[in-house]
Ligand binder design. Sequence first.
Ligand SMILES: *Cc1c(COP(=O)(O)O)cnc(C)c1O
Length: 467
Amino acid sequence: MYYESTRNNKLKKRFSEVLLLGLAEDGGLFIPKKWPKVSKKELFKFKNMNYQQIAFHISKKFIENEINDKDLKKIIAKSFKNFSKKSIATCKDLKNNKWILELFHGPTLAFKDYALQVVGNLFEHVLKKEKKRITIIGATSGDTGSAAINACKNKSTMELFIFHPYKKVSNIQRRLMTTVKSKNIHNIAIRGNFDDCQKIIKKLFVDEGLKNKFYFSAINSINWARILFQLIYYFYCVSKINVKNEKFIFSVPSGNFGNVYSGYVAKKIGLPIDKLIIATNENDVLSTFTNNGYIKLKNVKQTISPSMDIQLPSNLERFIYDLFRKNNKLVIDQLDKLYKNKKIYISKNKIKQIQKYFKSSRVNEKNTLLIIQEFFYKNKIILDPHTAVGVAAEREKRIKNKPVIYISTAHPAKFPETIAKAIKKKINLPKKYKSLLKLKENYKIINLNYNKIKNYLINESKFVKNV
Ligand SMILES: *Cc1c(COP(=O)(O)O)cnc(C)c1O
């Protein structure tokens, strides 16, 4: 299996190259040249497989012989060792043809652990084999950072610089990053918003002055390996539900378009999905795109679902690439318009094509809080605010007589203030995390100044010093 870039369909890269590079040299995102297929028969076999076995079976189709079976199995086993549930993910029956897929049993209590734990170990495996070291730079709107840090801490082949927007992530989200004691981890708070952080990352990547100093890699959801390992829970959940000959609706709380894009790939390769609901908060770029065929970039609005406070969803380029039938020139044209004029419009015909796969709804804070309340009284389940956006969006779009799966992306205890506001209850973190609020934090606050940030990286990097 080879991979091309959304900006160059002649490119031919292997899985380990795609993994280490993150972003293609031309600035595009990697995508497989051909979609493999999962047959009905294979789907049926998943019924009797556990999460790790399904992960092996599906990822093998995309990795092929780049990593041998024995090593890949080991990597997967190691990656899910620190999850609090033996089943890894839980798919709870809510009755009335609805389920909730809970993806917060990993070490940092959000769905990002499901792919990042594997990605960290894949990185280590490939780096050791190729005798390389890399510097991972990443921006986080709250949960990616801690999941990446947890996945890469104490690994000698990599160092991590994680940027978060200063005072714009929750207390617990920040502490899950800044209290990790490991020499290869650097936390940086930027006085700006998430999109500012993401822009800095993009600039660092292409900075000629850094090319001979760092071997950069990305760990945010533009990395193909993350998309790949997010496929697994879609397959896992459907295979554990006893519904025959039906196509499922997934409702997915969305920001960077990573999770729901994995759902799109799952559908492409054979999972019976009817529609994917892209649930957004008031940062509604993905909703206006899906419903009306345009994007107008505005300033990021801070909401009670901070991990979705994003205006420019980086994975959208992957979908736009399909929408324009792999025509690199048209894709680059569209992106240019988006970056320069902050807006794009697409044709009616293309809107129809989007709506073949997706529906979307924008949910405000008031409705998010109401859903948390209602869900608690009805189902005795406390939803985190991101998941609540997903449930509310499905309510609004209501597609009749289809089985619905809500993806629950974070543990509610990560957002205690919002939960207290919604249901007047104090929610505690799982026991394991009791010390989190007392541990010493370690992070550097830097103004939104590119050169300052760049110099900080050069001065702090152990790999730069040791070249
Ligand atoms: C990252 C995140 C999202 C958004 O996922 P994308 O892949 O960026 O669309 C939603 N909810 C939570 C809790 C998250 O951490």
